[in-house]
Design a protein around this ligand. Structure first.
Ligand code: MG
Length: 261
């Protein structure tokens, strides 16, 4: 608090030219302090821990007949880099892995409303890694709105930055994490925002998420984009890709499919 106040006091005042009673006068208003990451993080209440059901012998659920397969375990042909070059994350047996420094990858196709199935596994090397530094990646709806991927198994972080949070907005209802090295499943139902002709929001995006079969986001309103620093805001856009974050941690992904709604 002390620091914030100090910053506030130190912030330059804004000079506003305003007109009243037919004359012009200079009025002074304070400017808000510059935002820091901590200003949009809350730690309590921490989502309660729920142990998810066990997968039957690690059996992945295959895609339904009308799904678009985004990754079938073989290649990254449905994905690309931001600049349109081929996605070059490391491929393993039946999975691919965030490859530090290669940058985010995104689907070549763009989507609006959809059901998405995606499985991910946090790295087992957890030594010396904590909070947001452990198994961090993310799945961005339409390339903009981050559903957090993070190893939250015995790893505390701010509630609205946990696995399954809408990053820096809404904490998951519960923490349904599996251990590092085990496969987590997200099933996402996403409704894209709609915009008016003037570019303002007609209806915000909404998202429902099941984590390992446990409801963690229940038709949650997405408040805008999900920056590390700052508050969410909307900017008009059309269809967009599914984007996966390179946060430097070798998080694995497999069995990704999507159904357009
Ligand atoms: Mg992330």
């Amino acid at each position: 608090m002390k620091v914030v106040n100090k910053k506030f006091a130190a912030a330059a005042a804004v000079t506003v030219l305003c007109a009243f009673q037919g004359t012009h006068a200079q009025e002074q208003y304070p400017t808000p302090p510059p935002m820091t990451p901590e200003m949009s993080e809350f730690w309590t209440p921490q989502p309660r821990i729920v142990t998810p059901g066990e997968p039957a012998k690690d059996a992945a659920i295959t895609a339904p007949s009308d799904a678009i397969i985004l990754f079938d375990g073989k290649d990254l042909s449905k994905w690309q880099k931001r600049d349109g070059k081929p996605a070059d994350w490391k491929l393993g047996k039946g999975y691919f892995e965030v490859t530090k420094g290669k940058g985010e990858i995104l689907t070549k196709d763009d989507f609006e409303d959809f059901q998405l199935h995606i499985e991910w596994s946090a790295p087992t090397d957890t030594a010396g890694k904590y909070s947001q530094g452990r198994g961090n990646s993310g799945i961005f709806m339409q390339g903009i709105y981050e559903l957090q991927v993070l190893d939250c198994y015995n790893n505390k972080t701010y509630a609205n930055g946990q696995a399954g949070s809408i990053y820096k907005q809404t904490a998951p209802l519960v923490n349904a994490m599996r251990k590092p090295g085990e496969w987590n499943v997200y099933d996402v139902i996403y409704t894209a925002p709609r915009f008016k002709k003037d570019g303002s929001v007609q209806s915000p995006a909404r998202i429902t998420v099941l984590h390992n079969g446990v409801l963690i986001q229940n038709n949650t309103i997405i408040l805008g984009d999900t920056p590390y620093i700052g508050f969410p805001k909307y900017k008009e856009h059309g269809r967009g890709p599914i984007l996966l974050q390179d946060h430097g941690d070798p998080v694995k992904f497999r069995n990704i499919w999507i159904r357009e709604l």
